[in-house]
Design a binder for this molecule. Structure first.
Ligand code: PMP
Length: 371
């Protein structure tokens, strides 16, 4: 039997490339905004205790009841206002499935988290983008104009913004919520580092949806757990499109244990915030480096020949950061995730070494040129 070619999938996929998680090996991995520390040992002990009698043979609770209740209580909400997903990524996709789709529109503010645009494409949702200013501030008037003119269904804002690290004014977000009946998704994936949340505005704005994750501050990127907070009617609609068993019961149990014991993460969160300042200060002292202020667990910086620096960091020092230099609005930008104090030192020493070497070579070339 001849092996016939498979018929083509949806044409919309033609110009999509699969998400590249950039899984490059290195000794010091500062590329994906993870917590550099694994879960604290006392939390691990609690998880091991619960693993003993764990029912691996049973399907999970589709609503992640225990975790949902804990998250609701901590946020002064009802369980009906909480939806747990397979990472924040799944919840963004669910929102696009429910409020997006052919004939509908999402507005984002690039440079920002790339999954918004990818999910828009996959679900056939039209993407309207309002580019940020050169300092990465949101163009507030342009967003309000688009929302007024373009019949937008979803507005999504990463706050703090990944990959640039900056926060957007709360007063602007309130104006935006007032100005539209579109879903306004405020992605607070880095909330535990910024401590800024739109949660207090939920009671007055049923269109406000807040996204959080266990992947960053809570050291659970490997398990895939995120959650959103929203009006019960919004959550009910999302229930219609979600995969019922997307969050496995082991992840639910671990995330619930972590959330109960979340005080145990405070130390690592404040260490990371301190590490962020250490990195920002260290980079600012280097000639030719522009550092962008960050409220998250990463720092964006601009430097000439950024891709060459990325390569030298990896190949010369086994330090992996994220190269954004080919992204729109991000020419010569790299993003470094805050690591342990030792990793931060190693990163800073490596950048210093590479840039000093560059300057010496440039000086030598110009002297030789003069001679
Ligand atoms: N939102 C933002 C802004 C992010 O940076 C990330 C992770 N990179 C996510 C959502 C999704 O995180 P996760 O799926 O791991 O919960």
């Amino acid at each position: 039997m001849t092996n016939k070619p498979v018929r083509a999938p949806r044409q919309a996929l033609d110009d999509l490339v699969p998400y590249d998680a950039k899984d490059v090996k290195a000794d010091v991995v500062l590329a994906s905004n993870e917590n550099p520390c694994n879960i604290p040992s006392e939390v691990r002990t609690r998880i091991l205790e619960r693993t003993e009698l764990f029912k691996f043979n049973r399907y999970p609770d589709p609503t992640a009841g225990e975790l949902r209740k804990l998250i609701a209580e901590a946020n002064g909400l009802e369980p009906e206002n909480v939806l747990v997903g397979n990472g924040g990524d799944e919840l963004i996709f669910d929102l696009l499935l429910a409020w997006g789709g052919p004939g509908r529109k999402i507005l984002d503010m690039p440079p920002t988290f790339s999954m918004y645009a990818i999910d828009a494409h996959v679900t056939g949702t039209e993407l309207l983008s309002v580019p940020r200013a050169p300092d990465f501030a949101v163009d507030q008037q342009a967003v309000l104009d688009q929302v007024a003119d373009a019949d937008v269904d979803i507005v999504v804002l990463s706050n703090p913004n990944n990959p640039t690290g900056n926060l957007t004014d709360e007063s602007f977000l309130i104006d935006l919520l007032d100005a539209t009946d579109a879903i306004v998704l405020v992605d607070e994936a880095y909330f535990e580092f910024s401590r800024h949340t739109m949660r207090p505005h939920m009671s007055r704005h049923s269109n406000l949806v807040i996204l959080r994750t266990f992947s960053k501050a809570f050291s659970l990127a490997g398990l895939r757990v995120g959650y959103l907070l929203g009006h019960e009617d919004v959550v009910r609609e999302l229930m219609k499109v979600r995969q019922p068993y997307s969050v496995d019961s082991f992840s639910q149990m671990v995330a619930a244990t972590v959330f109960r014991e979340r005080a145990a993460f405070e130390q690592s969160i404040s260490d990371i915030v301190r590490g962020r300042d250490q990195i920002s200060d260290g980079l600012s002292r280097l000639e030719g480096v522009t550092v962008f202020p960050s409220e998250a667990n990463f720092v964006m910086f601009r430097v000439e020949h950024a891709s060459a620096l990325w390569r030298d960091l990896l190949h010369g020092h086994s330090v992996l950061v994220r190269d954004f230099s080919r992204g729109p609005g991000l020419a010569d930008c790299l993003r470094v995730t805050v690591g342990t104090p030792e990793e931060n030192d190693r990163f800073l020493e490596a950048v210093d070494g590479i840039l000093s070497h560059r300057m010496e070579s440039a000086a030598r070339t110009s002297i030789e040129g003069e001679g």
